[in-house]
Design a protein around this ligand. Structure first.
Ligand SMILES: Cc1cc2nc3c(=O)[nH]c(=O)nc-3n(C[C@H](O)[C@H](O)[C@H](O)COP(=O)(O)O)c2cc1C
Length: 195
C-alpha cells in the first residue's frame, strides 16, 4: 500500500497537464497495490518563492524551513511514498516551476521511487532526460522506464486540450502501450526503498 502523487510540472494556464494526468491515472491506478492512493497535485497549490533562504536544503531539516510555503511543500512531499513527475518541455528542459519545487527540498525526495512522463512536440525528450538526471543526482530511485509523449499532427499547444491524433496515440496507440509498460515498471518498484 503506497501513497503516490502525480506532480504536474507546468503551472501554465491553460496547461495540457491535467488532461495528461487523467490519462496516467487511468493507466496507473488499476495497477497499484490494494489500499494505495493516487492523487494529482498542481504546483499552483504550493506557490514557492523563486529564491531559497537559510542553508542549502541538503543541510536543512524537513519541515523546518524559514517560510510557511516551503514547509507546506516539505510536509506534503514527506507524506508521499512515490512520485510521478509529469513534465512539459520548456526551451529544451523542464519548466522552472518544477525545478524550483525540486530544488527547495532535498531529504524529502531521497530514495523515493519516481516515474517520469514528459510531453512536447517531440515528446519532451530533453525535459525527460534533464529531470531524470536531476532526480538521480538528488538520490531519488528513478524508474528505468520513462515515457515521452509527442504531440500528434494538428495539435495546438496553446489550448490545453488533448484531442485528435495526440489523444488517439496516447490513449490507445503505441504510446498507450509504452505508458502501461512504464506504469508496470514503476509499480514494481513500490515497496523498495532504494535502487
Ligand atoms: C516557455 C515555453 C517553451 C517551450 N519550449 C518547448 C520546447 O523546447 N519543445 C517543445 O516541444 N515544446 C515547447 N513548448 C511548447 C509546449 O510543449 C506546449 O506549450 C505544452 O502544451 C506546454 O505544456 P503545458 O500545456 O503543460 O504548459 C514551449 C512552451 C512554452 C510556454
Amino acid at each position: 500500500m503506497s501513497r503516490v502523487a502525480i506532480i504536474l510540472g507546468s503551472t501554465r494556464t491553460p496547461s495540457i497537464a491535467p488532461n495528461v494526468a487523467a490519462l496516467v491515472t487511468k493507466t496507473l491506478e488499476p495497477l497499484l497495490p490494494a489500499g494505495s492512493t493516487l492523487t494529482t497535485v498542481s504546483l499552483r497549490d504550493y506557490p514557492l518563492a523563486p529564491y531559497i533562504t537559510g542553508p542549502p536544503p541538503i543541510m536543512a531539516t524537513p519541515g523546518k524551513y524559514d517560510d510557511a510555503q516551503t514547509n507546506a511543500w516539505s510536509n506534503f512531499v514527506s507524506s508521499l511514498d512515490a512520485v510521478v513527475f509529469l513534465t512539459s518541455q520548456y526551451n529544451a528542459s523542464l519548466p522552472p516551476s518544477l525545478k524550483l519545487a525540486l530544488d527547495v527540498l532535498y531529504h524529502e525526495w531521497a530514495k523515493k521511487p519516481v516515474f517520469v512522463v514528459s510531453y512536447g512536440g517531440a515528446g519532451g525528450t530533453q525535459a525527460n532526460e534533464h529531470l531524470r538526471a536531476v532526480a538521480t543526482f538528488m538520490k531519488m530511485n528513478v524508474c528505468e522506464k520513462s515515457v515521452e509523449l509527442p504531440f500528434g499532427e494538428g495539435h495546438n499547444p496553446a489550448g490545453g486540450d488533448l484531442q485528435g491524433a495526440t489523444l488517439k496515440n496516447w490513449s490507445e496507440g503505441e504510446k498507450a502501450a509504452e505508458l502501461k509498460a512504464g506504469c508496470e515498471a514503476f509499480v514494481a518498484m513500490l515497496g523498495s526503498k532504494s535502487a
